[in-house]
Design a protein around this ligand. Structure first.
Ligand SMILES: CC(C)(COP(=O)(O)OP(=O)(O)OC[C@H]1O[C@@H](n2cnc3c(N)ncnc32)[C@H](O)[C@@H]1OP(=O)(O)O)[C@@H](O)C(=O)NCCC(=O)NCCS
Length: 340
């Protein structure tokens, strides 16, 4: 396979700096351990931990939808930011598990949290959705089109996992993470985001059925096309290459080096991928945030939850440089360098 070629966003000089002024996250109460999965499929705690680092994941209740998870994360971020929901000009949700085809999940969150002045839309970039959303928000605020934007990464992957497929069902979980963005005077904020995509590899990680190409029918439903299909080995290779390249590119554009970073928050998909990124960037584990063991891969929510937990754990102080890097189906990838 060829290496993914980053098609990078141009460096722009922001008209005004854009800061993350509050974060929040939510994971469902129900914990699904590796031991519980051993009863569902032919797997073992030892296999899952040694291949992925995941020990448990959260699973939403049947009546709990993506917009419910997202609204809880949003409320926490709003409270942390010290703003009112009416101040929010835009809600962007990265998700591949919307409550329904339409209306979009952001409109449903708007209703739940009372953000009646917000423009609302979802974006589909799989696990890269939160960082794609951050960059869109950054552009809207920096150009003075909006003042306050709520960006959410939220997914209920338990609803699109084939619970009979041990290759995938052990990897994923449910959750949501949110951030409030505003201009704040001073130099801190989002310095640069690199984004990329490569549709040539669309089929190594996808949900083929349930859309316009393959509507669900009585005949095909048995094959479960409306669940995650993945070539794990190919995804692994592409993920490491794309995230390391994106990190180098974003750092170079930002005029920084890895030694300048207080904390790197990578997509939480697999501990071996996280360790490979850390090692290729020359970073020790103490500077690479990981909460994957508790939640598995929560897609667009993963880096958003990790950002919130890293902030609450004091892993970065004001003015520290941090780097967020993600990878997902599409293929898509992104890397943001931020002065906290
Ligand atoms: C999926 C992944 C963990 C598999 O790890 P791996 O090291 O490639 O797997 P291995 O080659 O060691 O093992 C594959 C074998 O384990 C088996 N296996 C797969 N899942 C298993 C499970 N849950 N329990 C036990 N055995 C399992 C396979 O059937 C295969 O058996 P076979 O060789 O008899 O066919 C790894 O490829 C990965 O993490 N890929 C990236 C996935 C990802 O991050 N996706 C989301 C990106 S946003």
């Amino acid at each position: 396979m060829n290496k993914p070629q980053p098609r990078t966003t141009r460096l722009h000089k922001p008209k005004r700096t854009v800061s993350i002024i509050g974060t929040g996250s939510y994971v469902p109460e129900k914990v699904l351990t590796n031991a519980a999965l051993e009863k569902l499929v032919d797997t073992s705690d030892e296999w899952i931990v040694s291949r992925t680092g995941i020990k448990e994941r959260r699973v939403a209740a049947p009546e709990e939808s993506t917009s419910d998870l997202a609204s809880k994360a949003a409320r926490a971020a709003i409270e942390k930011a010290g703003i009112s929901a009416e101040e929010i000009d835009m809600i962007i949700i990265g998700t591949v598990t919307p409550d329904m085809a339409f209306p979009n999940t952001a409109c449903l969150v708007q209703k739940q949290i009372g953000a009646k002045n917000a423009i609302c839309f979802d974006l589909s970039a799989a696990c890269s959705g939160f960082l794609f959303g951050l960059e869109i928000a950054q552009q809207f605020i920096s150009s003075r089109t909006c003042d306050t934007i709520l960006v959410i990464g939220a997914d209920k992957l338990s609803g699109i996992v084939n619970w009979q497929d041990r290759n995938t069902c052990v990897l994923f979980g449910d959750g949501a993470g949110a951030a409030i963005l505003q201009h704040r005077p001073g130099s801190h904020g989002i310095i640069h985001t690199t984004m990329g995509a490569n549709g040539d590899y669309a089929e190594i990680l996808h949900m083929p059925g349930g859309g316009s190409r393959m509507p669900l029918t009585k005949e095909n439903i048995e094959q479960r096309p409306n669940t995650i299909h993945m070539n794990g080995k190919d995804v692994y290779k592409q993920a490491v290459t794309a995230m390391v390249n994106a990190a180098h590119e974003a750092l170079e554009t930002a005029g920084l080096q890895t030694k300048d970073l207080a904390c790197v928050i990578p997509h939480q998909a697999n501990l071996r991928i996280i360790e490979a990124i850390g090692s290729r960037l020359g970073l020790g584990p103490e500077r690479v945030f990981c909460n994957l063991q508790h939640y598995g891969n929560t897609s667009a929510a993963a880096v958003a939850i990790a950002l919130d937990e890293a902030a609450r754990a004091g892993r970065m102080k004001r003015d520290d440089y941090i780097l967020l890097v993600v990878f997902g189906g599409g293929l898509t990838w992104a890397c943001s360098v931020i002065q906290w």
